[in-house]
Write a protein that binds this ligand. Structure first.
Ligand SMILES: [Zn+2]
Length: 263
């Protein structure tokens, strides 16, 4: 439980820090795959670079599937996403200005991710989470103000450990009568609104659990329609109504989600 709390805060803080990073192309060697270019400094083990490429391409397929965009082969040729590998933690921190606990970070607009070999949680958490953000924004654009819980729910859903732990975490918070209402979830608009680690834990668990409900309860293709509505700048309430017909708004979604937990 404690590990999860630390990680939740890690992600929130990552969102804050990553906007300060700029392209660092010089002095990097590169390795290309279908949808990614991995840049790395001399001396980094080639097996590690291969592992990164395999993992990134695997997550690309899974996330595009989850969001209903499998048939679009995006990020080809000049549109590839970039992953930068620094030789070690020290150089990563120095160049990206990340705090000590950070194992990787991303710029969603630029489709860029930065990390270093053997960063804790990179393959299982950071890589799928950040790719979740980047691919989601690829489809909905950057104009729309999407509720943070929804966006973080989609990104965190890509981390298998979070996806499958969410239900039991939510249930334990229900039994303690600490569940956040939809209004409380929606009022969390940035990291500063998450006042302590317990709120972070329940915010992320509820967000993942509601997204899980939406992705698995209804036909797969509907999620892509929802993203299209969000791209057209519709509010999440409107987009839900237009996509699912029997979901009136986020409050209604919340009620149906809660009912699915037999509450
Ligand atoms: Zn995130």
């Amino acid at each position: 439980m404690k590990l999860l709390r630390i990680f939740c805060l890690t992600i929130v803080t990552t969102l804050l820090f990553c906007f300060f990073i700029y392209a660092l192309d010089k002095d990097f060697k590169e390795e290309r795959s279908t949808h990614f270019i991995v840049y790395y400094k001399e001396g980094i083990d080639r097996d590690f670079i291969e592992d990164i490429i395999d993992a990134a391409e695997g997550y690309y397929e899974e996330i595009a599937d989850d969001l209903g965009y499998r048939r679009y082969n995006f990020w080809l040729w000049d549109e590839r996403a970039h992953i930068y590998i620094f030789p070690d933690k020290t150089s990563y921190q120095k160049e990206t200005r990340q705090p000590d606990w950070s194992g990787g970070c991303a710029s969603y607009r630029d489709k860029k991710i930065w990390t270093y070999p053997h960063a804790a949680g990179f393959f299982d958490s950071i890589l799928p989470h950040e790719l979740g953000h980047i691919i989601f924004r690829e489809f909905v654009g950057f104009k729309n103000e999407i509720p943070l819980w929804f966006e973080e729910g989609i990104a965190s859903y890509q981390e298998k450990s979070k996806r499958y732990a969410a239900k039991s975490i939510v249930e334990s918070f229900i039994s303690e009568d600490k569940l956040l209402t939809m209004e409380e979830l929606s009022n969390i608009k940035n990291a500063h609104d998450i006042v302590n680690s317990e709120i972070a834990e329940i915010f992320y668990a509820q967000a993942v659990s509601i997204v899980y409900f939406l992705m698995n309860k209804f036909e797969e293709y509907r999620f892509a329609i929802l993203c299209k509505s969000l791209r057209e700048n519709k509010s999440l309430d409107e987009a839900l109504r237009k996509t699912y017909f029997n979901i009136k708004n986020t409050e209604d979604l919340y009620k149906q989600w809660l009912k699915s937990l037999n509450r």
